[in-house]
Design a protein. Structure first.
Ligand code: WTA
Length: 651
């Protein structure tokens, strides 16, 4: 266990306050959460704090609210109307930056909501968004919330097919996209990809297109609409639709252990209350803070920690359009200096990448505005943590290592400087936040002693938890609640140390984290096997010094195909086409056998051991033990042909 001593003295920090709050929250959760919920604006108070019909939780039942009102109206009606809500930094710098105050955000929100209504979107309708990191993305999300429509944002790095699958699963009637988006100076042709997707999405009635990159696009008469041509020049007030607390705010797809991504459905009331609280506890947000979360809005971190929590607090934040290393590798440090960022929240992949560029890049800039640093999405190693602490935070800023998931909706285990900052340990997410009843258990469901690895589970419902999986209550029940009845299975391994600190060790299931992006092994294998040359494919994750993990494919070709660099390239291209550039494998090995058990299950741990050059372990359950030699031979012979890929994106 890495229990590294830190340069500050943490012995006397009053942890008791946190422990007392945590104890109270678990003893009387309903009272505790009702108290928290009163900090938000409700149009009608709830009748019941919690209806728990395991595994389905309904929070603040009967209460009515509107997320866009909480995020925008209440600030626009206060002194914050002139406060900056969003400093938007375009990839190409000053020529392309925008500053939106809360009153500007309010005006835009109303105009966008009016347009959605004019185009026939109403309460309960699903609206898909496939957009670059431009202010129109959060504004459209809030505009959906304003009229009670349910947004489903699809990360702009996903392919046409992935977009179409998500649109068809939600039956969205509208898609909002842009002509293009900038990434490392290149234009991503989003509209062209959207066109390809929508061709197989009969539910889509209209496509709204935001002009961003000025690249040529096709506009289909009667279906496609330019935003700037249709927005009314004047603001028309659109009254926020009061929705019941359990009206879905959004659906967001995430990968699991089967081939088909899950549409995670989040509520409005419970989600907003919990996010509001965890944001305050974790980031210690103050009126004068300048907050920057580097995630893409297309992932849950962007939903909760760029859109809903910071805006609910009336925070000032930076949103950056582009890549961390464009045009230069000190781009992020330059942005921190330019806006005086005080809270900087990013991913371990980004930290490792920036560490690779060296602290000399950070030293070119004045980072003295920083007060707090954060990390999310993957385990952070003590080395990366200490580099971040020392060279970016200059040993002044606590680091909040925040553990959570798309399903949990908000941060669950993390240091909480907004309550009291526990003494930190490099690489530990410290303790569960108030209201979070976390435990680590063994195969039999019994709690494990300290320093023993086990499954991380949650034993009580929490307000931010998902309502379920869209159109699939059975999958919701079986994925999360069946293995250990009454306990939510997170899918992660964790361990506590002798001081009770939680250390998250990574996924315990067949889900990969590639640069913080979540991808299912089954999803990748299905995609690979859909290529005409492939008879069967097996995928494993390989430890990667920057991305955390990278994708490695072992492929069995159909008899009529022979291995060649061209077939390999085709397969790589195919995976990018079916899922998106985030699914680009680092290596593809052609083999004639895959290691399988007698029941036909692929033993992926053997593939992993081969690519990571670790001991193979027990192979007695293998059907054909020569498969191991075959895999080793393919790996050794074909490694030289594949030098590995640079990092393409960060979470
Ligand atoms: C991983 C991202 C270690 C974990 C918010 C989890 C982490 C998955 C941490 C969820 C952390 C997230 N330390 N691992 N601080 N935070 N993870 O749904 O494996 O994209 O189950 O949500 O990311 O990924 P998701």
């Amino acid at each position: 266990m890495n229990d590294l001593s830190l340069p500050f003295d943490t012995k006397y920090m009053p942890l008791a306050k946190l422990q007392e709050m945590h104890r109270r929250s678990l003893e009387s959760p309903e009272e505790f959460w009702a108290e928290q919920a009163r900090q938000l604006d409700w149009f009608k108070p709830w009748d019941k704090v919690l209806e728990w019909d395991p595994p389905f939780a309904r929070w603040f039942v009967g209460g009515q609210l509107n997320a866009s009102y909480i995020c925008v109206d209440r600030h626009a009606k206060s002194w914050r109307r002139s406060k900056v809500a969003i400093y938007w930094e375009g990839e190409s710098g000053d020529r392309n930056s925008r500053v939106l105050s809360y009153s500007t955000l309010y005006a835009e929100l109303n105009r966008f909501a009016a347009l959605l209504k004019k185009l026939g979107v109403s309460k309960g309708d699903r609206v898909a968004l496939y957009m670059p990191m431009i202010p129109e993305l959060p504004i459209f999300m809030l505009a959906c919330a304003r009229i009670g429509a349910i947004h489903t944002v699809v990360f702009s790095g996903f392919s046409a097919q992935a977009l179409a699958d998500r649109i068809n699963d939600t039956q969205a009637k509208m898609l909002i996209t842009a002509d293009g988006g900038f990434r490392r100076g290149k234009v991503l042709p989003l509209k062209a990809t959207a066109d390809e997707a929508v061709a197989s999405c009969p539910s889509i009635e209209h496509v709204i297109v935001v002009k961003r990159a000025d690249n040529p696009v096709n506009m289909k008469d009667g279906r496609d609409i330019w935003l700037h041509e249709q927005l009314e020049p004047e603001t028309h007030y659109v009254a926020p639709e009061p929705v019941e607390s359990n009206h879905p705010l959004y659906i967001l797809y995430t990968s699991g252990t089967t081939g088909k991504p899950k549409g995670i459905v989040h509520s409005t009331g419970g989600y907003m209350v919990h996010n509001y609280c965890s944001y305050k506890w974790v980031f210690n947000i103050k009126e004068e803070s300048v907050y920057w979360c580097t995630a893409d809005v297309g992932w849950v971190t962007g939903h909760s920690e760029i859109v809903y929590a910071p805006l609910a607090h009336g925070a000032a934040m930076v949103i950056y359009e582009g890549a961390p290393d464009y045009p230069d590798v000190d781009r992020w440090w330059q942005i921190i200096e330019k806006y005086g960022v005080s809270i900087f929240y990013t991913s371990p992949t980004a930290i490792r990448m920036l560490k690779g560029f060296g602290e000399k890049e950070a030293d070119k800039h004045d980072l003295s505005s920083l007060e707090l640093l954060g990390s999310v999405g993957e385990p952070i190693s003590p080395e990366a943590w200490l580099w971040f602490y020392k060279y970016i935070g200059k040993e002044r800023c606590p680091i909040v290592d925040t553990w959570w998931q798309t399903e949990t909706g908000t941060i669950m285990i993390s240091p909480a400087p907004g309550i009291v900052c526990a003494p930190l340990k490099a690489g530990s997410a410290t303790f569960p936040l108030p209201g979070v009843d976390a435990e680590i258990i063994d195969e039999a469901g019994n709690p494990v002693p300290p320093e023993t690895r086990g499954y991380l589970v949650l034993k009580k419902p929490w307000p931010g938890m998902m309502l379920g999986i869209h159109n699939n209550p059975d999958r919701y029940r079986s994925t999360y609640w069946e293995r250990f009845p009454g306990k939510y299975l997170s899918g992660d391994y964790a361990v506590t140390d002798r001081d009770g600190y939680f250390w998250i060790l990574g996924r315990a299931d067949e889900v990969l984290k590639i640069a913080g992006h979540r991808l299912g092994i089954a999803e990748l294998e299905d995609a690979a096997a859909s290529h005409p040359s492939i008879a069967e494919a097996a995928v494993t994750g390989k430890a990667d010094p920057v991305k955390g993990e990278s994708i490695v494919v072992f492929a069995l070709l159909k008899p009529e195909f022979t291995p060649s660099p061209q077939v390999r390239q085709d397969l790589i291209y195919h995976l990018r086409k079916v899922i998106g550039p985030i699914a680009t494998p680092e290596a593809v090995y052609f083999t004639t056998k895959l290691p399988k058990t007698r029941s036909g299950k692929i033993m992926r741990r053997i593939l992993k051991a081969v690519v990571e050059n670790t001991p193979i372990g027990d192979i007695s359950t293998l059907e054909d033990q020569t498969a191991v030699d075959e895999v080793i031979k393919s790996f050794q012979e074909q490694s030289a042909e594949q030098p590995g890929k640079p990092v393409s994106s960060t979470g």
